[in-house]
Ligand binder design. Sequence first.
Ligand code: SF4
Ligand code: SF4
Ligand code: SF4
Length: 590
Amino acid sequence: MSKQSQATVTLTINEKPITVPEGTTILHACQQVGIQVPTLCHLEGVCSNASCGICAVEVKGAKNLIRSCVQAVSPNMDITTSNARIIRARRTIIELLLANHPNDCLSCVRSGTCELQALAEQMGVLSKKFPRTKKPGKQDFAGWGIMRDNDKCILCGRCVSVCREVQSVSAIDFAGRGIRTRITPFLDQPLSESSCVNCGQCTVVCPTGALTERDETDQVFDAIYNKELTVIVQTAPAIRASIGEALGMPAGSLVTGQMAAALRRLGFDSVFDTQFTADLTIMEEGSELLQRLKNGGTLPMMTSCSPGWISFIETFYPKLLPHLSTCKSPQQMFGSLAKSYWAEKTGIDPSKLVVVSIMPCTAKKFEAKRPEMRDAWEWWKKKGRKDAPFFDVDFALTTRELARMIRRAGIDFAHLPEEQFDDPLGRSTGAAVIFGATGGVMEAAVRTAYELVTGSALPNLELKAVRGFDGIRSATLDVGGTPLKVGVAHTLKNARVLLDEIASGKSDYAFVEIMTCPGGCLGGGGQPVNPTWEKREERRQAIYTEDRGLPLRKSHQNPAVQDLYKEFLGEPLGHESHHLLHTKYSARRV
Ligand code: SF4
Ligand code: SF4
Ligand code: SF4
């Protein structure tokens, strides 16, 4: 049915008439007249299970209050969204939730961003009215990426829906009945022993502090205050488009210079940019693709910079692992280079060098602790050093953790002057910043690969066909007379579609980019909580604005990367690159 001919319904909300398309929920109709009906379980586009009941409204003629998130409007409905009865019902729901809640807001990581806390305040809940009826929920703090505190869980089901519907992982679900109902992995195993890929999407939609990243801010402050250590930091592309938002600025605030200044004021000895190794990734990954095309290697080649995606393919599609590029993620390339090349160049003892990453991602925490990610230590061992084993990256913090550090240090972020990153590991191009958006790695790779193959510049640098938020996008490029079909997917549910195509032998792609999270890193599991597509779009625009404003927009133009090859690596896919910048994957059993 065309939009023009779509049936409509006319109704009244708080005595105001409104006409909306047939099938619209009361919740959405209310939004159209500027009324935000509160909910704790609804998740736009993902789940409406009506479990919390907070969104109840009064419909004239109906005996009971109606849950507005699941009830469609009907002609002549007369709806009231706020009166004494409605407020009393909403308040009672909050009071019942708080009866079985620890109420330790003062020491909760979500204090200030907690939807339950905000609603309790909004509904005027000023005391604990009902006694506890449930045993305290269990805590699961075993994993590197995600921590669970079931005592703070209000059983809204958002995490279950996002894990199943957006990521197709289903690592967690409801278990038990009545007062024993709980959210848990299969057989009440720790999350770290389940199929969870640490994507963190459950942590950004959880309305409370029941699901959070493992907080490592205290350890990073301890390292900074330890005079014997040199502590350096790298920031992923997407952080410059989200740290301002995490500190109360509008979504999409682009704060690259203030972020560099804030990191210096926190006490980091050098402030570098993961975009340097994003450019390097393009050199290595582009060369690997050309080599596979030339030598009949496994195609399509798939990108490897999103660690939740790596865990996903290792867990669910191990037979397809040869399709993955062997390139490490830019985070890990940075760590191994910082503790080998840069430590040697500056004369810093690598065992006293601490590498901190600021990432939009909880899976980066897990990635940094993969046992094989100690290549700088291996490199020094071959040179005769006898250090205790150390990781390439010591701490991977999320955007939210960096915001906490900035607040804790009392830094007035909004009024900081803009500063530059340090050289040489802080230099980058526009191709590197677009790594932060879905399709960005592909676009950056095409900008370089086209030029390397044809010897001439790409006619239009902006590859619009792979931009945007459609789940799967594709383009066929003419590279020196050879057609090259490329594909892009974001979220693991969409990745599964492409993987199934490859497994069935029906895929005609040469190169595929997969990003774990909705929108790519800009929608990562370590980003500000309560994301919406509007906020993701604002972050996306900020990223492309940064690209357009940079003097160099192709990775192979990065002078610091060119110097790195001249001074140290030799050539892409060379001996040193092989040991420091590439890795292996293995089937993951759960
Ligand atoms: S989850 Fe929310 S309400 Fe519960 S302790 Fe944390 S901040 Fe307070
Ligand atoms: S981190 Fe991702 S995979 Fe793990 S439970 Fe949460 S949503 Fe599921
Ligand atoms: S863990 Fe969070 S998102 Fe999941 S059901 Fe509990 S409160 Fe809701």
